[in-house]
Design a protein around this ligand. Structure first.
Ligand code: NAD
Length: 446
C-alpha cells in the first residue's frame, strides 16, 4: 500500500481583513509583537499570544422591571492559561466589545506574569450602561452573566473580578449564582467579593494602593519631593480615588480630577476626601472642601477630560478607560510621568514618540497590578479557609509591587529601554519558560 503523504500542515487561521483604524486589540497585538521581537522572544511564543485560547459570546436575556425582556451582549475571554487559571475582571460598559475584552485579557496575561502570580489572563464584559438600569435589573443581569458562563469559569479555570462599573456587591451576586448552579460553596470562583462572602480585607483599595507603591519607588529614583509634585487624575472611580488619596497623604498636590462627566482643576490642589464625599452625594466631581458634613465650593475651573490630559503637570494618572493618549494628542502631553492606572490608556502607536521625548510611562501591567495581586490573596484565603488581617494583606502587597518595580526598572536601565518594554520582556520570558516546561516542543523536534 502506498503510504499516504503526510497532510500538509494546517493553514494558519484566517484573520478578518484589517480595518482601517487598528482596534484596541490590533494595537495590543502589534505592541506585543514589536516588544517581543526586539527582545528575541521565540516567534512560537509570540504567535501563541496573538489570539485568545477561547472567547465565549452570549446574549443575556434580562427581565426588566416593566416586565419586558431585553438582551445584552456579553463576553468572557480565557486568553492564556499556561501559567495558571485565567484571571481578569468583568466590565459593564456600553462601549465594551469583543476586541476590547480580548485586549484586556491579553494585558491580564502579561500583568500576572510581571508580578509572578500563578495565573494566566482572562477578561469579561457586558455591553450595557448600568447607570440606566435599576438595582434589581443589574442584579438580574449579573446573575444572567454567570448562568451563561458557569461552564467556562471556575476556581481552577478562570476567575473573574470587578472592573469598570462592577463592584463587590455585583461580585457577591455572581458568586452566589455560581454556587447555586454548582450546588456547593465555591468562593474562590470570583474575587473582589464582599467581606461577608469571603472577600479579602484590602481588596477595594488594592489597585490604588499598588499604584501608589509603584509611584513611590519611581519617585525615589527620580529624587522627587512630593510637595513640589503636581498630579492630575483622570477617572475618579475606585482605582483613581484610592491612589489620589494616598498620594495626597504623602504631600503630593492633586491639581486635577475628573469622571465621565468632566473634570475640575485648581492650582492650589484639592482635598481628595472632600471631593469624594461630594461625588458620593451628588454623583459629580466638584471642587469642594468639606468640614464634617458641610462642604464649601473652592476656587477651581471646570475642564474637559481632554484638557486634563494635556495639563502641564509632573504626574498624569489616566485611571478611566483605554486609548485616551494616542496619535491625536500625544504631542500635546506635557506630563513628565504617566502612571497607567487604567488598562491600556496609552496606544502602542505612540510608545516610541513618548520615550524619545523623555516622558516616563509607568506601564499598566505593573502600575495597576495591585488589584490582581490582592485578588490572588483572596483566592488563596478562600482555598485555605483563612482570613488575613488588613495589615497582613498590605504587608504582602508592599513586598510584591516594589520588588516587581525594581526588577522592571533595573532591566529598563541596563538595556536603555522603556519601562513597558522591560515589563513585557520579563513577562514574556516567564510565559515562554512555562510553555517550554510543558515539554512538547522538544519532543516534536526529535
Ligand atoms: P470605576 O468604575 O470604579 O471607575 C471608573 C471611573 O472612570 C469613574 O469615575 C467614571 O466616571 C470614570 N470614567 C468613565 N468614563 C470616563 C471617561 N470617558 N473619561 C473620564 N472618566 C471616565 O472603575 P475602576 O475599577 O476604578 O477602573 C478604572 C480603570 O482601572 C479601568 O481601566 C480598569 O480596567 C483599571 N483597573 C481597575 C482595577 C480594579 O481592581 N478596580 C484593577 C486594574 C485595573
Amino acid at each position: 500500500m502506498p503510504v499516504e503523504p503526510l497532510a500538509p500542515s494546517r493553514p494558519a487561521p484566517t484573520t478578518p481583513s484589517t480595518p482601517a483604524t487598528p482596534t484596541v486589540f490590533d494595537d495590543a497585538v502589534a505592541r506585543l509583537g514589536r516588544i517581543g521581537g526586539e527582545a528575541g522572544i521565540e516567534e512560537e511564543i509570540l504567535e501563541s499570544l496573538r489570539r485568545p485560547a477561547a472567547t465565549l459570546t452570549a446574549n443575556l436575556p434580562v427581565r426588566m422591571d416593566d416586565g419586558s425582556t431585553r438582551y445584552f451582549e456579553a463576553f468572557r475571554c480565557r486568553y492564556n492559561d499556561v501559567r495558571g487559571p485565567a484571571k481578569g475582571g468583568i466590565r459593564f460598559h456600553p462601549a465594551v466589545d469583543r476586541e476590547e475584552v480580548q485586549a484586556l485579557a491579553l494585558w491580564m496575561t502579561l500583568k500576572c506574569a510581571v508580578v509572578d502570580l500563578p495565573y494566566g489572563g482572562g477578561k469579561g464584559g457586558v455591553v450595557v450602561d448600568p447607570k440606566s438600569l435599576s438595582r434589581m435589573e443589574v442584579e438580574r443581569l449579573s446573575r444572567a452573566y454567570i448562568r451563561a458562563t458557569a461552564g467556562f469559569i471556575g476556581p481552577d479555570t478562570d476567575i473573574p473580578a470587578p472592573d469598570v462599573y462592577t463592584n463587590e456587591r455585583i461580585m457577591g451576586w455572581m458568586a452566589d449564582e455560581y454556587e447555586t448552579i454548582v450546588g456547593r460553596k465555591a468562593p474562590a470562583v470570583i474575587t473582589g467579593k464582599p467581606l461577608a462572602l469571603g472577600g479579602s480585607h484590602g481588596r477595594e483599595e488594592a489597585t490604588g494602593r499598588g499604584a501608589w507603591l509603584v509611584i513611590r519607588e519611581l519617585a525615589r529614583s527620580l529624587g522627587w519631593q512630593p510637595s513640589s509634585i503636581r498630579v492630575a487624575v483622570q477617572g475618579f472611580g475606585n482605582a483613581g480615588y484610592h491612589l489620589a488619596r494616598l498620594l495626597q497623604q504623602d504631600g503630593y498636590r492633586i491639581v486635577a480630577l475628573s469622571d465621565s462627566k468632566g473634570g475640575i482643576y485648581s492650582e492650589k490642589g484639592f482635598d481628595v476626601e472632600s471631593v469624594r464625599c461630594e461625588k458620593l452625594a451628588s454623583k459629580e466631581v466638584r471642587g469642594v472642601y468639606c468640614e464634617g458634613s458641610v462642604c464649601h465650593v473652592v476656587d477651581h475651573e471646570r475642564i474637559s477630560n481632554e484638557e486634563l490630559l494635556e495639563l502641564d503637570v509632573d504626574l498624569l494618572v489616566p485611571a478611566a478607560l483605554e486609548g485616551v493618549i494616542g496619535p491625536a494628542n500625544a504631542d500635546r502631553i506635557r506630563a513628565r510621568v504617566i502612571a497607567e492606572v487604567a488598562n491600556g490608556p496609552v496606544r502602542g502607536e505612540v510608545d516610541r514618540e513618548l520615550f524619545e521625548r523623555g516622558v516616563i510611562v509607568l506601564p499598566d501591567v505593573l502600575t495597576n497590578a495591585g488589584g490582581v495581586t490582592v485578588s490572588y490573596f483572596e483566592w488563596v484565603q478562600n482555598r485555605q479557609g483563612l482570613r488575613w488581617p488588613l495589615d497582613e494583606v498590605r504587608r504582602r502587597l508592599a513586598e510584591i509591587l516594589p520588588a516587581a518595580f525594581r526588577e522592571v526598572h533595573g532591566l529598563a536601565r541596563s538595556e536603555g529601554i522603556p519601562l513597558r518594554d522591560a515589563a513585557y520582556r520579563l513577562a514574556l520570558r516567564r510565559i515562554a519558560d512555562a510553555t517550554a516546561a510543558q515539554g512538547t516542543r522538544t519532543f516534536f523536534r526529535g
